[in-house]
Design a protein around this ligand. Sequence first.
Ligand code: GLC
Length: 741
Amino acid sequence: MKETKLAELMQQMTTEEKIGQLTQIKGDAFFSHQPNTGPKTHDLVLTESQLWQVGSLLNVAGYQKVKQMQDAYLAHSRLSIPLLFMGDVIHGYQTVFPIPLLQGCSWNPELVAKCAYISALESGYAGIQVNFSPMVDLVRDSRWGRVLEATGGEDPYLASLYGASMVEAYHQAGMACCAKHFIAYGAVESGMDYQFVDISRRELFSYYLPPFQSCIQAGVDLVMTAFTTFEGIPCTVHPWLLNALLRQKLDFQGILISDYSSLVETIAHGYSSSSKEAAFYGISSTLDIEMMSDCYLSSLSFLFDSGFVNKKLLDESVWRILSLKNRLGLFENPYGLANEEKEKHFILSAENLKTARLFSSESFVLLENKHHLLPLTSQSKIALIGPYADNQGISGAWSIYNEKNQNTVTIKQAFLERNLDFLYAKGSSVLPEEEINFILSMEGNSPISPSPSSTLQEMQQEAIEVANQSDVIVLALGEHYKQSGEGASRSMIDLPSIQLDLLRLLSSLGKPIVVLLFSGRPLALKEVVPYLDALLWVGFPGTEGGHAIGDVLFGDVNPSGRLTMSFPQTTGQNPLYYNHYSTGRPADQHSPYRYTARFQDIPPKPFYPFGYGLSYAEFEYKALTLSKTTLSLDLEKNDSLTVSITVKNSSSIAGKETIQLYIQDCFASVVRPVKELKHFQKVYFAPDEEKKISFTVTLSDLMFWNQDLAYIVEPGEFKVFVGRNSEDTLEAKFVVSPMSN
Ligand code: GLC
């Protein structure tokens, strides 16, 4: 529709119709007219007329359902303004891809984008028009359940790269998208969800803001506010964050949407004293859509009529919402991408499943491979054991459109298809019954039906018998998928104890053990690794998980995943991240000294570092050289130098290696991280192949936010590190000189 017509339409709208556009409710309540219940904290009950006024629905999908709702809504809408259907297609719709934290370990932005594109088409054909993705929160504390959603892990450069790739992919598919959660939600104190966040503006600019800048530059349509506070003010109504920073400094002109009832929760925060005040703070901070609460519906009319709020703010918000509906062509075709034929034939297509299988196997991270136990041969006599060996619950949190997992391929199924000589035993459940029932009760679900007659001892005995008849044990272990995701912070990030018991029991048989680790976060594995010979982290691998695991176990795919989040020695080592500051007493891993920055009872290093991952191939790094050792500070020149390194695949197995380049600004007007990822290249090597890999380092790689929040580069000494991960590198030095040379 032409903008002039859209403006005319908006002029015809009543204040109530405009306010309705600013509210989003769950779709299933819309049709059933049931009171919309949010989290325990807040019940939402709308009047009949309010129900028909809302501007968008949350998490409704399926061509028929969406069409029915849209038709019903349009029939009630005086001006025929279509609904927007928004949803959380976080890592796939029906074809579920690996969890985002694992996707990021592929260090393959093109692949991440391809899966975002497929997810957008599958869900788009089913009626979703706006995706609440990418989640670009920086994460440093694996106690936080939502680290599984962070494609970029602990690195702002990766988070920015992946965020922009996903925005572009969603747009290519014709879907609008939303960067979340603004801002620094991942910095919650002690990794506890929804908890207090207290960081400086400089930390915000340095680590948490870049991914949002990158998404905004890529054209992201919405930004979702975080549940948390920043500088003591809830992000959802934060004047400086939303007005000064997002709208003015970053020039974000898209839609600002709250998180689920986060506007009314500003009362629980102790910031707003009423829904009326919450509505005042929200609209004054240009919050456009209130998700799942009714402060706007109940109070905006009063605020405008009484002159507390300028109606211009309402029109600006409505204009942003109508403009998005118009951009998506909904006034001409209110169903958007929805298409019944394509919904039938594209969703879970062989092509999509093939991509999912490839993506999962490309993301897995090989953490241990003692005596080169892997890859296995298909002649091996295998004992396939563990609670995840024949378990379809491997899609992880936020696979909300495919919760039944009926298409998910288990490891056992994949083994059967390979006609392997294997025996199977479950060995133990994922968690003791009382533990999973407590988690279920916390989310209002009924307990699982009592497990079959076999007791834990009988399950363990059966596992031992199966193991005794085999040459090698493949043990599929991990945290329960409900132990990760939103509202799933854990105070101990260990493997469930009944599974550690099973591992110890089996290791006493003296057979080689391959552990396949399922988790939505880095776990504390110090007590696990001594009992195993090979360890493959598969995160929650999604629909094609079983096939992808088989592909890596038997060498059809050489694992190339590299960690984007450090694995800690113990829970207590959190928060943990590679781009940390030196401190005045940096600890030396090789000569323990009491009075240094370290814990007394663990080594001063991660258990597995950022960027780490093994391959079946062997790569050697040598001959790190710089094209010059002085860069001119003259920004006009935008001087640069070339960093080169020779990498050789000294094995007879082809493989992909991710060569990583880090930089340290050794001395500056504010302390700088000991290293920061600035470039990487994921490169294929044939057996015995040697390549010279080059990177260009420019002044823009050296810029940082100083204490006055100016983005600058300073003269001085720099180090460049190039290697296979953040700890195993070759290094060289260069200087930035104010003299132009
Ligand atoms: C949830 C999450 C957010 C999600 C939204 C809608 O509480 O915080 O990431 O997009 O609500 O489901």
